[in-house]
Write a new protein. Structure first.
Length: 423
């Protein structure tokens, strides 16, 4: 999410709204120059922009023109009230205009953002052996506002969930889940985490204890059929709303307070699950550790405030290059970062690390009249066997040690060792 706002009060209020209510990652630009720099250097893409039309260095809506040139959906959050001006802005194809001239302005902005985010249909997986025949649940879901995938076995369901990280709800026939002693529910929690996906059971037969057993095994809700499609949708939507609120809180807890990268706790929680999925699918996966060269000297010379600016600049570059959809970057302490590369073999991961090293070396942090630049050292290890997660990182740490003691500003890996041994 991109926020373009030069008023400190509104900047803080809107950012708190977006992070607290929606769990969004917010990049804030207070000037047109900062916005232009962000869009020139950021390759992640933004799902939405909220912007003021009148900035100190661009008072005539230049920010909107720039954002729209990058094809980013935009909500204008501004103080003008002219109907003619409103028509002019709406003709540019903005998503919405919210005025700042009311005590309910933030509430209106929140509603507008919610509408934009709700345009995507939630992903749902139905696990029902009767799905290919006469399934009452298939019929009930036909008119719901979900994108529904259907399978007939728990084994197939696990394969689908492994391949897709977008499924938010699983609806499973109770007698299928109960057949294996609810091991399916336990596997979902073990593989994907307690709160990664919500599970709802259903049955056409009312057993005396079926609801209690299903919920006790880790399910989130239970539906007895027959039930109207509207009631089914209401129950699923309610469960999904709770799910999104929990995810929102988890996103806030998973972020490093200074850099906005994922933090150590999240990395060590999510990382083993990602490795497990890759190993089951026989997909390549690699672990990397990196830290900023001579960071203590930088802090001692320029002070911790400048050190913090450097950490933020390096973190933003890592996030821009790596993203969080396929790979897992995190700040795990001080000037040290970790990245889990999925679906990249050791050679591809090595080339990726080289690009990160070169791009970070090109960063300039302006302090008074001086440009400060830094370099990084990286250790990279491939993961091919099931071991403890710490072992994977220990291997990367050994290569980081070699990179440091080979002159710094370099990437060291088992790929490199293999090439040296072959030459």
């Amino acid at each position: 999410m991109l926020l373009v706002e030069d008023t400190r009060l509104y900047s803080f209020a809107v950012r708190s709204l977006l992070e607290g209510n929606f769990g969004l990652i917010v990049i804030h630009c207070a000037t047109f120059a900062a916005l232009r720099h962000e869009l020139d250097s950021d390759t992640r893409g933004f799902s939405l922009a909220i912007l003021d039309l009148c900035l100190a260095d661009a008072a005539n809506g230049e920010a909107l023109d720039l954002v729209q040139a990058c094809a980013i959906p935009s909500i204008v959050f501004s103080g003008f009230t002219s109907e003619r001006r409103r028509e002019e802005i709406m003709s540019k194809g903005v998503v919405d205009i919210v005025y700042k001239n009311s005590p309910s302005s933030l509430e209106s902005l929140g509603s507008s953002v919610d509408r934009v985010l709700s345009l995507s249909r939630p992903q749902l997986l139905l696990v029902d052996p009767q799905a290919e025949n006469d399934s009452a649940m298939v019929a009930a879901l036909a008119s719901c506002c979900f994108t529904v995938s259907v399978c007939t076995s728990t084994t197939e369901a696990l394969s689908i969930l492994d391949a897709s990280q977008n499924t938010e709800l699983v609806v499973v026939r109770n007698d299928l889940a109960e057949k294996d002693g609810y091991c399916f529910l336990e596997l979902l929690k073990t593989r994907f985490g307690d709160d990664a996906v919500r599970v709802i059971g259903f049955s056409q037969n009312k057993g005396r204890d079926d609801v209690a057993r299903f919920l006790g095994a880790g399910g989130d809700d239970f539906v007895h059929l027959p039930i109207s499609p509207a009631d089914v949708e209401s129950r699923l939507t309610h469960t999904l709303t709770i799910h999104k609120r929990i995810q929102s809180l988890q996103r806030m807890a998973s972020r490093d307070y200074l850099t906005d990268l994922l933090n150590r706790r999240y990395f060590f929680d999510r990382g083993p699950k990602m490795v497990d999925i890759c190993l089951r699918q026989q997909a390549p996966v690699c672990a990397a550790l990196l830290d900023i060269d001579h960071f203590k000297r930088l802090n001692d010379t320029h002070g911790h405030e400048i050190g913090d600016l450097v950490l933020k600049a390096v973190s933003r570059k890592i996030l821009a290059l790596v993203g969080e959809k396929q790979h897992l970057p995190a700040r795990i302490g001080g000037e040290e970062f970790a990245i889990l590369f999925t679906n990249l073999d050791i050679e591809e991961a090595y080339e990726f690390c080289e690009r990160i090293r070169i791009e970070i070396a090109a960063i300039k942090v302006v302090v008074d009249d001086e440009d400060i630049s830094v370099t990084i050292s990286m250790g990279l290890a491939s993961i091919s066997d099931a071991e403890t997660f710490d072992n994977y990182l220990n291997a990367a740490d050994q290569y980081l040690y070699l990179a440091k003691h080979s002159g710094r500003n370099r990437v060291f890996s088992d790929y490199q060792v293999a090439r040296i041994a072959a030459s």
